[in-house]
Ligand binder design. Structure first.
Ligand code: TXA
Ligand code: MG
Length: 362
């Protein structure tokens, strides 16, 4: 069990500080920055999801992140920067020709770059790997906090391990009350899904490790050779090897993910919902707005957005999982939203939340 830090937890009396996302309040930012510099933990909004931040240059502070999240110490953490100079503090052998173009196009924003780690950066940020993941977030509160701290801020998503990522300060508190010194409450995050992570340690073959807010087609314009990590290449990869799936982004209820032609898929959802209801179970339905009239009376509905509005669906996804959990449903039935554009990231999060339980009706 040496891989797990779950037995030691980080305790702190949590303070919640309100911050205007358009005009970060200097006093509260200074309080939070002071905590970061002293090795404490601050949860803050980014444009993707809330992060659980600590000084990326302080190995003990990084340990506290793993403890607070009950995260296995085998899962590396992203360092967040406010200025491009900080990239050179964190990484070495940077392939400048591509990184400069990516940074110009996508930073600040939802793109994370995995590079070779500078030797003086604590190894536990990357669980001993000789790499480091770096992102420059666009959210004004994230930017203000990093700038005021004067150090890069390491931050995984601000949820306890395996829970859906937090997109509001309330979600952060559900998971991390009394395990984080300060929560900067800047309202809902915009994108709602985490950043796209790409591995540039071999710049000739850039690899997408996690699809996210920046889309594959946008990246191809700059990185024509970019490839998806092998686990994304086969649609049924996860179902064929569920044991290899990292349980992640999961609500407490079991999730079943439906795919296939629209009406067959909705019919299968209806039948499955009915069989759960017959067993006296409580059913949640995480679906598109247009699906609602097919599924009323089959469970608690959580419409995520219009079927083709993947931005809104992404924005609402984790809040929907958490809402249905709060309703104490036994099972959540949800559906595929296609694989193009943000659909790739949505499918990834749904597949992991479902731990590979895919019902493909074709
Ligand atoms: O949008 C985001 O990326 C959010 C916000 C807070 O920035 N952060 C986030 O962090 O989602 P986390 O820890 O939940 O996910 C980070 C992902 C993980 O899949 C991790 O394995 C990968 O990035 N990662 C981090 N460092 C890495 C490294 N050195 N090599 C490969 N993958 C890395
Ligand atoms: Mg996470």
């Amino acid at each position: 069990m040496s891989n797990w830090s779950a037995f030691v937890s980080y305790f702190a009396k949590t303070r919640i500080l309100q911050v205007n996302p358009n005009q970060p309040n200097d006093e509260n930012i200074q309080i939070a920055a002071h905590i970061i510099r002293n090795g404490g933990l601050v949860a803050f909004p980014t444009e993707t999801v809330y992060g659980l931040g600590a000084n990326a240059l302080d190995g003990d502070a990084l340990d506290r992140i793993y403890q607070a999240k009950e995260r296995p110490t085998s899962d590396p953490i992203i360092a967040h920067i406010a200025h491009i100079d900080q990239l050179h503090q964190l990484a070495i052998q940077i392939p400048l020709h591509v990184v400069t173009r990516l940074a110009e196009r996508f930073w600040p924003g939802a793109l994370t770059l995995v590079l070779h780690r500078a030797p003086h950066i604590p190894a536990n940020i990357a669980t001993g790997l000789n790499t480091i993941a770096v992102r420059m977030p666009a959210h004004p509160i994230a930017h203000a906090l990093i700038a005021a701290s004067g150090v890069p801020i390491a931050a995984p998503s601000a949820n306890t391990f395996t829970r859906p990522s937090a997109t509001t300060a309330q979600h952060v508190l559900e998971d991390l009350q009394d395990r984080v010194d300060v929560v900067l409450d800047g309202g809902e995050t915009n994108i709602g899904l985490e950043s796209t992570v790409i591995d540039l340690t071999n710049p000739d073959i850039p690899i997408i490790l996690r699809p996210g807010g920046v889309l594959l087609d946008e990246l191809r314009a700059i990185l024509p050779n970019i490839q998806l990590a092998p686990r994304y290449l086969k649609a049924d990869e996860a179902t064929s090897s569920p044991g290899q799936m990292l349980k992640h982004y999961s609500p407490r209820a079991k999730i079943k993910l439906f795919a296939g032609p629209l009406y067959s898929m909705l019919l299968a959802m209806k039948e499955t919902a009915q069989s759960h209801l017959n067993r006296g179970e409580k059913v949640g339905l995480l679906i598109a707005n247009e699906d609602c009239h097919h599924l009323t009376d089959f469970g608690i509905l959580y419409p995520l957005g219009k079927r083709d509005d993947l931005k809104t669906i992404s924005h609402n996804l984790f809040a929907g999982m958490r809402y249905l959990d709060s309703q104490k449903v036994d099972v959540i039935l949800t559906r595929d939203f296609g694989r193009s554009g943000l659909g790739a990231a949505l499918w990834d999060r749904l597949l992991r939340a479902a731990e590979g339980r895919v019902i493909d009706v074709q």
